[in-house]
Design a protein around this ligand. Structure first.
Ligand SMILES: *Cc1c(COP(=O)(O)O)cnc(C)c1O
Length: 371
């Protein structure tokens, strides 16, 4: 009888599964929590919609898109809009990715070779490690110190020992929310044998950048994304750097990686960034309110934040229990505690609207009082 569907009990034979690389089989897929109907404060999204006038503006532009044709492979108009907004030094080259995650993947693909490694800091953004593994590279995590700052001596020793092809520095760092000291970053740039990528995903909230210093260091690359500023659904990241280096990385980019709808929409929206800039200012202001409210809670240690999220540690209550109680009250944040180690009993909350933040603050007070 010819099978017309997969049945729940069906097993794929080991001889077939064994074709999947053992490193891949050992991985667990990047988990995205189901947020249906929740106050969603887990993924660093901008909680505000674009104003109606801006919305009709970009919808008009999108309506002109020729979806029967492949998009501009170089996304020229979009790059012009990004450069006008982000102002890299003259002569800087620009590479676009389907989210900055895809840029991390392109960088890894361009350098991957047996024995080579990618380096980043721990605790840090998990995609650096995951993509290193996807591309068959080694990953070296340099531990941050107790204040989540770079331990320069230890880091330079690791660089010397492992000679990383790429060092990723998230600025501010996720999930710790701080910007590392400039002197530490400077020493790493000076000492690194390969490329150094400053990942400025949270630039709208940190308002501090290495973009102006690009021309001083040929090994330096600056990465940005539109995700955290309010366009996470478009999937668009950008890498700035030396033209000869960008030109090589561009060779592993799949043609047409930025679809026509994203090209049209992002170009239109980024030409009029005022609304998103106001939203970022509101989020920065709300961040200060939340930092203070959390600091005022007994049993909470809150870490400084230059981003649109806050990392905090529960000193007595159990973070996983509090996380679950928040969920029962319809509030989704991120439990960092599972990883253990220096993030033991830590939670991460994204700054939302004033109303969402108030709901979160009430819910966590209740959860900590065992209500
Ligand atoms: C969220 C995040 C990204 C991912 O950005 P996308 O452009 O949405 O892929 C990159 N780096 C860091 C540090 C992040 O926190």
């Amino acid at each position: 009888m010819r099978r017309t569907e997969y049945l729940p009990g069906d097993n794929v034979t080991d001889s077939l599964l064994n074709w999947i690389r053992p490193e891949i089989r050992a991985l667990s897929a990047y988990h995205v929590a189901d947020a249906e109907g929740m106050v969603k404060l887990d993924a660093m999204e901008n909680p505000y919609a674009l104003p109606q006038t801006d919305r009709s503006d970009w919808l008009n532009k999108v309506s002109e898109a020729e979806i029967n044709r492949y998009p501009d492979p170089h996304a020229r108009k979009l790059k012009l809009a990004l450069n006008a907004l982000m102002q890299p030094p003259a002569g800087t080259a620009t590479l676009l990715g389907n989210g900055s995650d895809e840029i991390i993947q392109m960088l890894a693909l361009a350098v991957a070779q047996p024995g080579r490694c990618i380096m980043a800091f721990e605790p840090g953004f998990v995609m650096y490690r995951m993509i290193a593994e996807f591309t068959g590279m080694q990953y070296v995590g340099a531990p941050l110190d107790d204040d989540f700052e770079i331990d320069v001596v230890k880091t330079l020793r690791l660089i010397d020992q492992h000679q990383p092809a790429i060092i990723f520095i998230a600025y501010p760092n996720n999930p710790t929310a701080n910007c590392f000291h400039a002197s530490a970053i400077e020493q790493i740039i000076k000492f690194a044998p390969g490329m150094v990528v400053i990942d400025e995903a949270y630039h709208p909230f940190a308002q501090d950048s290495y973009i102006d210093t690009l021309a001083q260091h040929e090994k330096l690359l600056v990465m940005r994304t539109v995700s955290k500023m309010g366009l996470a659904g478009l999937r668009l990241g950008v890498l700035f750097g030396h033209p000869l280096l960008i030109n090589e990385i561009d060779k592993v980019r799949l043609p047409y990686n930025i679809n026509v709808l994203t090209q049209k929409a992002a170009a239109a929206i980024l030409k009029k960034p005022q609304a998103m800039e106001q939203q970022a200012a509101q989020i920065r202001q709300q961040r200060e309110v939340m930092l203070q409210q959390l600091a005022d809670m007994p049993d909470v240690k809150v870490y400084p934040s230059r981003a649109n999220f806050i990392l905090f540690r529960l000193l007595q209550a159990n973070a996983t229990e509090v996380f679950e109680k928040l969920k029962q009250q319809g509030v989704l944040i991120k439990n960092m505690s599972a990883a253990g180690g220096v993030l033991e009993n830590c939670l991460r909350v994204t700054v939302g609207t004033e109303e969402e933040n108030a709901v979160f603050m009430r819910a966590i007070a209740r959860a900590m009082n065992n209500e």
